[in-house]
Design a protein around this ligand. Structure first.
Ligand SMILES: NC(=O)c1ccc[n+]([C@@H]2O[C@H](COP(=O)([O-])OP(=O)(O)OC[C@H]3O[C@@H](n4cnc5c(N)ncnc54)[C@H](OP(=O)(O)O)[C@@H]3O)[C@@H](O)[C@H]2O)c1
Length: 247
């Protein structure tokens, strides 16, 4: 493939959360577009050797995005990059407001929000001309769900940070993908029958008539990396999730 078929040729893409799910979908898309992809996550990279050989230009490295010093060191070691995508959401306590402690609330913010902040903060100084940062949130940001108030707040804060950083970091572009329900490892913890019933409801209710695929997010990430007039945008890739109720 040459020319526009490989719009990321000679570019370096770092994906925090690239060891699974949407991040892995984006890693594949960026790799097919010609990029050198570095996929980061907590799991030891040695365990990923089979996947690594299946996706030639993707290399996996360990990183916990909640450890600011480790994030700083990782970007120092990686050196120059062109695009950063953060799909990871570190595990954190849920629970309804009246049963939450201050520590629970702080854990959500320091995981998703400040973890994403830390990656952007340490990557931005290393970005080459034409660089971009893409955060991810979720459809939850538009419609509260019982027990998920702080995650909704973390998503909303990230969407606000997107616009602030698009201004402060320009010409580095800063955008957010707001995914809907995407079939990924994230749902593996839900019992199979419950998950199948939920996905059936999604197919019935979502205007797009199907459950999202990680490759849908890969295509969106590629669009945001390659369209150099898009910044400060929240790109919803949700099959219409936020137009309907799935309660
Ligand atoms: N899938 C959906 O339907 C959906 C919809 C809307 C929003 N979202 C949001 O997007 C997030 C990611 O979804 P997904 O489908 O890609 O989930 P996934 O398949 O479970 O992938 C999560 C990724 O995050 C990484 N990660 C978790 N904690 C980390 C940490 N502390 N430091 C670095 N990496 C970390 C994981 O890698 P390691 O395990 O190697 O650390 C993994 O690569 C969700 O947790 C959710 O907040 C998902």
């Amino acid at each position: 493939m040459i020319g526009d078929a490989q719009p990321l040729l000679n570019q370096r893409v770092v994906i925090v959360g690239g060891t699974s799910g949407m991040g892995m979908g984006a890693a594949r898309a960026a790799s097919q577009a010609g990029a050198e992809v570095i996929a980061l996550g907590r799991r030891p990279s040695a365990k990923l050797s089979a996947e690594q050989s299946a996706h030639g230009s993707i290399t996996f490295q360990s990183l916990d995005m909640t450890d600011d010093a480790a994030v700083e060191q990782a970007f120092e070691t990686l050196g120059a990059l062109d695009h950063l995508l953060i799909t990871a959401t570190p595990p954190s306590p849920g629970g309804t407001f009246l049963f939450q402690t201050m520590a629970d609330a702080q854990a959500v913010l320091s995981g998703k929000f400040l973890g994403s902040w830390s990656c952007a903060r340490h990557a931005a100084p290393k970005m080459r001309k034409g660089g971009s940062i893409t955060f991810t949130t979720g459809g939850l940001v538009t419609r509260p769900r019982m027990g998920a108030s702080m995650m909704m707040v973390a998503f909303a804060a990230l969407e606000a940070l997107t616009r602030a950083l698009a201004l402060e970091l320009g010409p580095i572009r800063v955008n957010t993908i707001r995914p809907g329900v995407i079939d990924s490892e994230m749902w593996a913890g839900m019992p199979q029958t419950k998950r199948e019933a939920f996905f059936a409801l999604v197919r019935e209710r979502f205007p797009a008539g199907r459950v999202g695929k990680v490759d849908d997010i890969g295509k969106a990430a590629l669009f945001l990396m390659t369209n150099d007039f898009v910044t400060g945008a929240i790109l919803e890739v949700s099959g219409g999730e936020t137009l309907v109720s799935i309660e």
